[in-house]
Design a protein. Structure first.
Lengths: 236, 310
């Protein structure tokens, strides 16, 4: 689903080089790395916000440059929950989640009956129906994070990127987040990449880990916490 | 709901026309009065109210700040300064209407372009609003300097323009104002989807497939066209652009910009028309400049909004 071929990534300057790596659909990858190792830069590159410096990056068989050019096509391939959603005055949860349909909407942004049904079903599946009519400013941190996830689900893209989705959540909500994401990715064949600092959580759910250290990106799975920490520190 | 709005608007137009009616001897005089006085004044009220409200809505969306507006971002100030330069800077073609309109439009455009460049350099909205306010106070002081130089006649002329008036538009200018307004309305209707996404911030809007730079430029261009032309023909009119969009969000409780645009157009036109009807009713006793009325109603409402927020 996401394929790197001699890809050099960085913001103006090269930050990391990835020789050959393929991220498969149906899986949730956890991106781990120390502060400043370039997790956000990598995610922004995957989101076609920052151009690759050299080499190829294919997202669902589209060259990333093409996605950078074609705004609507990009929004139909990649959903990105990039920053913490703070809520907007007078915007209801249902309307907020409905904005995920913008890449498919007609010129006035009107939702079709199917769109509204999808919003309704998604909220129900995530157990958020009770929030539907609530204003986004009135939500708790945990609710806002889940509602952002609902909006990304509704965008219905093969690739979903999440920048530290767990950081404002308590342990119960973190559990719920992963228990929602993992089956969703598996059953609907999506490729999810989430950055995180919560090593325990990622190992507990046996996620494939993308370790970002010393300008390299390695995929590991099934290692102990000690081993992973060792890998992250040693190489830095 | 919009059928109701249309009815109210049409009714207030009829009231306005009734109040501007003057007893005349013959048809020719009535005709002249209609084209030179009653019709342009009605058009001024409708277009200025709707246009300023729409440009306020767009600014508030772009800067993600409900306190933004053409007034706060210095676009009116640009128009005002250009007019002041023309009226009191010793230029003799002051009396030509075209010169006045052209300079105000040019000033608004320059101010909008200036703010556009500033917004490229400064990403923070608060800083941008501060630059706008500084710009407004800077142009204000230049105007004061000009006033101390200028002849009393010129100062008086500028002073009158600066108070805002719906009676400056001429019959020949009205079609131009309507045409400019029409283009701006259609252009903003084409942006509805992007405006809805902008509510979440420009980064999220980008993720939803919005062409950020194009939309940003469009919003600034529409605002400059609307605020610039309205200011040129009617003088700076305060608080309409700030208050009406806020009222719309508060009443409709939505961020759907199709509804908000329609509300701003209808209610903005109605509001300024109602203000003018009010001043027409008071006219036998004393005359109130339109700016005084909009500020009397608008300023307390904005203060209430700010207080409720904090």
């Amino acid at each position: 689903m996401i394929r790197f071929q001699h890809t050099e990534i960085g913001y103006h300057r090269p930050l990391l080089a990835i020789e050959d790596l393929h991220l498969q659909k149906g899986k949730v990858y956890a991106l781990l790395g120390l502060n400043g190792s370039g997790k956000s830069t990598l995610l922004k590159t995957l989101a076609a916000q920052i151009p690759v410096l050299s080499g190829n990056l294919l997202i669902n068989d589209f060259i990333v440059e093409e996605l950078a050019q074609n705004a609507n096509l990009r929004a139909q391939q990649i959903a990105f929950v990039s920053s913490r959603f703070e809520g907007v005055e007078h915007l209801s949860v249902a309307d907020y989640v409905g904005l995920g349909r913008i890449p498919y909407a007609s010129i006035f942004g009107k939702l079709t009956a199917d769109d509204r049904q999808l919003v309704h079903d998604t909220l129900e599946k995530l157990g958020l129906s009770y929030l539907s009519e609530k204003r986004t400013l009135e939500l708790s941190d945990g609710e806002r994070q889940m509602v952002s996830l609902a909006r990304a689900f509704v965008q219905d893209t093969p690739v979903l990127l999440l920048d530290e989705p767990a950081s404002f959540l308590d342990f119960l909500n973190r559990e719920q987040l992963l228990r929602t994401l993992i089956p969703w990715a598996m059953h609907t064949n999506r490729c999810v990449v989430l950055s995180s600092h919560d090593l325990d959580l990622c190992i507990e759910h046996d996620l494939p880990l993308l370790l970002l250290a010393q300008q390299k990106l390695n995929v590991v799975q099934g290692l102990s916490k000690r081993d992973v920490q060792q890998l992250l520190i040693e190489k830095a | 709901m919009f059928i109701g709005f249309t009815l109210v608007l049409v009714l207030s137009c009829l009231v306005h026309l009734e109040l501007t009616k003057v007893n005349v001897l013959n048809e020719v005089q009535a005709n002249i009065l209609w084209w030179e006085f009653r019709f342009p004044r009605l058009v001024s009220a409708l277009v200025a109210g709707a246009g300023l409200s729409l440009s306020g809505l767009l600014m508030q969306n772009l800067f993600r700040n409900p306190m933004a507006g053409p007034y706060v971002l210095g676009i009116n100030s640009g128009a005002s300064l250009a007019t002041a330069l023309l009226m009191m800077g010793g230029f003799t073609f002051v009396s030509s209407n075209l010169g006045l309109v052209g300079s105000a439009l040019l000033g608004a455009m320059l101010a909008a372009t200036f703010m556009l460049f500033v917004s490229w350099r400064i990403q923070q909205t608060t800083s941008l609003l501060l630059v706008g306010l500084m710009f407004a106070s800077f142009t204000g002081s230049i105007e004061s300097v000009l006033q101390s130089w200028a002849a009393p006649e010129e100062v008086k002329q500028f002073f009158l323009w600066n108070m805002g008036s719906l009676q400056q538009l001429t019959a020949q200018q009205a079609p131009w104002l309507i045409a400019i307004f029409g283009v701006a309305v259609i252009w903003s209707l084409l942006l509805v989807k992007a405006l809805n996404a902008f509510v979440l911030g420009q980064e999220q809007a980008f993720q939803l497939g919005v062409r950020i730079k194009t939309v940003r430029f469009s919003i600034l261009a529409i605002t400059a066209i609307l605020a610039g032309s309205v200011t040129a023909y009617c003088g700076p009119i305060a608080f309409v652009g700030l208050a009406i969009p806020n009222l719309g969000r508060q009443l409709l409780r939505t961020q759907d910009h199709l509804h908000l645009i329609l509300f701003c157009l209808f209610f903005g036109a109605f509001f300024l028309l109602a203000c003018d009807v009010f001043s027409l009713l008071l006219e036998p006793y004393f005359s109130l400049p339109i700016n005084v009325l909009t500020s009397l109603i608008g300023a307390p409402y904005i203060a209430y909004l700010v207080l409720r927020r904090s």
